[in-house]
Design a protein around this ligand. Structure first.
Ligand SMILES: *Cc1c(COP(=O)(O)O)cnc(C)c1O
Length: 365
């Protein structure tokens, strides 16, 4: 059985080394030494400052909105994981969608500008599948209209564009370190905050609002534990291998499937992390056929992202998002992870190639 993702597990003896440290120290959470170590190692690895570890990527977005005082209207993309829209809704914001670019799958700066209203406070673009947004264009729009930018960078770990970390753009970037992500700490996430004062505020907000022992503002509990940080440290030791193996798999898919299926267009001048391999089919019917064929061959791709978020039952706006809805209807993410063997990838490629040439094989259910 080949799944779309397989969580990366480091050598258990490496993890145990950290666990023994934790046991002897009896410091389990509250900004412990492993959380501190992971923080500084990540800042160095990502070439950024002001990284704040938290318990997951969704709470990172909620915190970012709180830090920037966003309570009214926010603009985001309909083509993302549901957490991108749930976080602002949970915080009581109104959500307006701006449609995506057909080839890059990222929110369109032109559409953002068209959707800005007098009460728009913030834009939440997503670097979809790690492909950087048009960050310069989004910066122009946000400056012109005086709105904040929170990048949902859940997929963009280690990605650079224009020679620097993509996490340096916008007011705040949020990361997810969920088990299925390219870098993970089982559950976890982070905020990367450009402004130093705002960063200090965030440090207190994730710890109930405590600031030098005093309580000055409403906080929450979003702390990362030492056990999670330990997993993060182990995975970080292997990150170069993880990325380079994914790169090999990615390049082979591109080589073998060019002309057979559509690909995401990567933004120019990008140092990519090869975190996903999405393919575009002609239409939803073709997608469902291919999915069936793959499944019949014990290969389990994922319809991701699906559905387009503007079609969720609890979204009030009835506005259509033609590009996002079209892409969501015919996109499939293929298995890509270090443990995927050459033979397994050959099987996936062959199934896709043959299912496109001959009438689709039926599963024997
Ligand atoms: C995974 C993900 C999140 C949520 O992160 P969690 O750590 O699972 O809470 C948010 N946005 C996107 C785009 C994601 O893929």
């Amino acid at each position: 059985m080949i799944n779309v993702v397989e969580p990366f597990l480091p050598d258990v003896s490496n993890y145990n080394r950290y666990v023994e440290e934790i046991y002897s120290r009896k410091w389990l959470t509250n900004n412990g030494p492993l959380v501190q170590k992971l923080t500084s190692r990540l800042e160095k690895h990502l070439e950024i400052k002001n990284l704040l570890l938290v318990s997951n990527g969704t709470v990172a977005i909620q915190l970012a909105l709180k830090l920037l005082n966003c309570q009214k209207n926010i603009i985001t993309t309909p083509f993302s994981f549901v957490a991108t829209v749930n976080a602002p809704l949970w915080g009581g914001c109104d959500v307006t969608f701006a449609d995506i670019q057909a080839n890059k799958f990222n929110i369109s700066p032109k559409e953002i500008e068209r959707k800005i209203q007098p009460d728009t406070e913030c834009i939440i673009p997503v670097h979809v599948f790690g492909n950087p947004c048009d960050v310069e264009e989004i910066e122009k729009v946000s400056k012109k209209h005086n709105v904040k930018v929170i990048y949902d960078a859940a997929h963009a770990f280690g990605v650079k564009c224009n020679g620097k970390s993509v996490l340096r753009y916008g007011d705040i970037s949020t990361l997810s370190f969920h088990a299925t992500k390219i870098f993970h700490s089982v559950e976890g996430g982070a905020l990367v905050i450009n402004d130093d004062e705002l960063y200090k505020k965030a440090v207190s907000l994730i710890n109930f609002g405590f600031q030098s022992g005093e309580l000055l503002d409403v906080g929450i509990n979003a702390k990362m534990s030492e056990f999670h940080a330990a997993m993060g440290l182990c995975v970080l030791d292997e990150i170069d291998h993880i990325v380079s193996r994914r790169k090999v798999i990615y390049k082979r898919y591109v080589q073998e499937l060019a002309g057979v299926v559509g690909f995401q267009k990567l933004t120019g001048d990008v140092e990519y992390n090869y975190s996903y391999f999405p393919i575009l089919l002609e239409n939803e019917k073709e997608l469902l056929c291919l999915e069936k064929t793959l499944t019949a061959n014990d290969i389990f791709p994922r319809r991701y992202f699906y559905p387009s978020l503007n079609t969720l039952s609890y979204i009030k706006s009835m506005e259509e998002m033609p590009v996002s809805e079209d892409v969501a209807g015919r996109i499939l993410c293929l298995p890509i992870y270090p443990a995927l063997s050459d033979e397994q990838q050959t099987k996936i490629i062959n199934v896709i190639k043959s299912s496109n040439k001959i009438p689709v094989v039926r599963s024997q259910s």
